[in-house]
Design a protein around this ligand. Structure first.
Ligand code: TRP
Ligand code: MN
Length: 449
């Protein structure tokens, strides 16, 4: 740790970062970001780490979800509120059905940078830089939009600040009150089978609260009923942005990333000698690492040594994304090796990224059944190895989109074009997300027994 500074990543190979044509403009954007207030506070990070420590002991479940990538255009109250509302609904389902506290984390308020498999995109013989997320360039296929623009760093900061402000209000200001449980269901979800099932559950919660009040319990005085803790997260990809927002915490005498509570490393940027691992090892936030099917037990243990040498509970979240056909094969050896070393990270399942396919009509999609299969494979592997399946990491939106096929709505390939809005990966819509929560609630309940 002695050699670490907020800029020590610059001496390492940096993958997945754009080359800015105007270095002076980039430097001045970094300088301006450095002078802005932090988006989150160190005390909140400590609190999240305590919650995650409880998850690692099998006492709670992590629910981490949101857009694949947020966009500057699709911004405002509606998209944020609808995503928040679906996460609340899923949390209620899991808290109630599995009698398990749920740690709520959004992929939100900063999820603006995307790793790409190719530096350029070619359409009709024209090659341009790939779209890398709104914090870097624009998605339109034109030379001007695709040029990396440092002004976007400041835009990303102000979008994140506004989103976070709304989330804090929603979490603390009455919207998340359990007595409001009936109001969280969007109209298009209400008419679906999952919507009806949710309304039944909401009725039971309302009845239980009324019963407790009749017994003399004063609901108005129970703060736990009125608010939720809601944390933010994004992929730590844009290192200039993250460095500019790194702050020193005098009280705990350590650096932290002030851009979100939890930052994760992508599957493509987690090489142990690379810049991204170097930056993340020195900050005090909760840190996630995506683990794909090619990762060996050795890779995982080396990453754990680097990112969490002190083996602190609640520091590391290992997010496995194996694919429904590989999870039974690839996950158990990793669980075994990590357990053998006496380590207890939070194990979280991302059932989305190993299960992306191209439909016959060219749309990138994901199959609801395969998502569920990976989730079930994850629970089965943990049951077999005696480890705790601690969380779900998923891509969703509160909107009524048609991007993933299947589910109780039996969405077909032909219908994907109706409301396919994602600029990146296909997301579960509100009903599919709720269905996923119902389908895993029982498995979670038995995993905790
Ligand atoms: N504060 C508790 C919790 O976060 C109970 C709670 C209040 C809750 N509103 C909620 C749970 C909304 C889930 C969803 O668990
Ligand atoms: Mn994605």
């Amino acid at each position: 740790m002695d050699t670490w500074t907020p800029s020590s990543w610059r001496e390492r190979p940096v993958l997945q970062m754009p080359v800015y044509p105007d270095a002076t403009a980039l430097a001045s954007a970094e300088q301006r970001l450095g002078a802005l207030p932090p988006l989150i506070f160190p005390g909140e990070i400590s609190q999240l780490r305590e919650r995650l420590a409880a998850v690692s002991r099998g006492e709670a479940f992590l629910l981490q979800g949101g857009d694949c990538a947020e966009s500057f255009d699709e911004f405002g109250q509606e998209p944020v509120e609808s995503t928040f509302r679906v996460i609340l609904q899923m949390a209620v389902v899991l808290t109630y059905a599995a009698a398990c506290p749920v740690v709520k984390v959004g992929r939100i308020a900063g999820q603006f940078a995307k790793p790409r498999s190719s530096d350029t995109e070619t359409v009709n013989g024209v090659s341009l830089p790939s779209y890398r997320g709104d914090i870097i360039n624009g998605s339109d296929f034109s030379a001007s939009a695709r040029q990396p623009d440092p002004a976007r760093l400041l835009q990303a900061y102000s979008h994140s600040a506004a989103t976070l402000n709304l989330l804090r209000a929603l979490a603390q200001g009455g919207f998340a009150d359990l007595r409001e449980v009936h109001r969280w269901t969007a109209d298009f979800v209400r008419s679906s089978p999952q919507g009806a099932r949710f309304e039944e559950l909401a009725d039971r919660i309302t009845q239980s609260l009324a019963f407790m009040e009749a017994c003399g319990f004063d609901a108005a005085r129970a703060p736990q009923l009125h608010a939720v803790e809601f944390y933010t997260s994004h992929e730590a990809l844009h290192l200039q942005y993250e460095q500019a927002l790194a702050r020193y915490d005098e009280r705990q005498q350590r650096w932290y990333a002030a851009s979100a509570h939890l930052l994760w490393l992508g599957e493509r940027t987690r090489n142990v000698d690379g810049a991204h691992v170097e930056f993340l090892r020195g900050i005090g936030n909760a840190v996630g690492v995506k683990i794909g099917p090619a990762a060996s037990a050795d890779d995982v243990l080396r990453l754990m040594d680097l990112l969490d040498p002190g083996q602190q509970p609640g520091r590391l979240v290992l997010i496995t994304r194996m694919g429904s056909d590989k999870v039974a094969d690839r996950l158990p050896p990793l669980l075994r090796a990590v357990r053998r070393e006496g380590r207890t990270p939070v194990w979280c399942c991302d059932p989305m990224h190993g299960n992306t396919v191209t439909a016959s009509n060219g749309y990138k999609t994901r199959d609801f059944e395969r998502i569920l299969q990976e989730m079930n494979g994850f629970f089965a592997a943990h049951a077999q190895e005696g480890t705790y399946p601690g969380g779900l990491h998923f891509e969703m939106t509160g909107q009524d989109v048609t991007e993933c096929r299947g589910g109780a709505q039996a969405l077909t390939d032909e219908r994907l074009e109706e409301r396919y809005r994602s600029a990146c990966d296909p997301r579960l819509n509100g009903s599919q997300s709720l269905e996923l929560a119902f389908r895993i609630a029982d498995v979670l309940k038995s995993a905790r027994r």
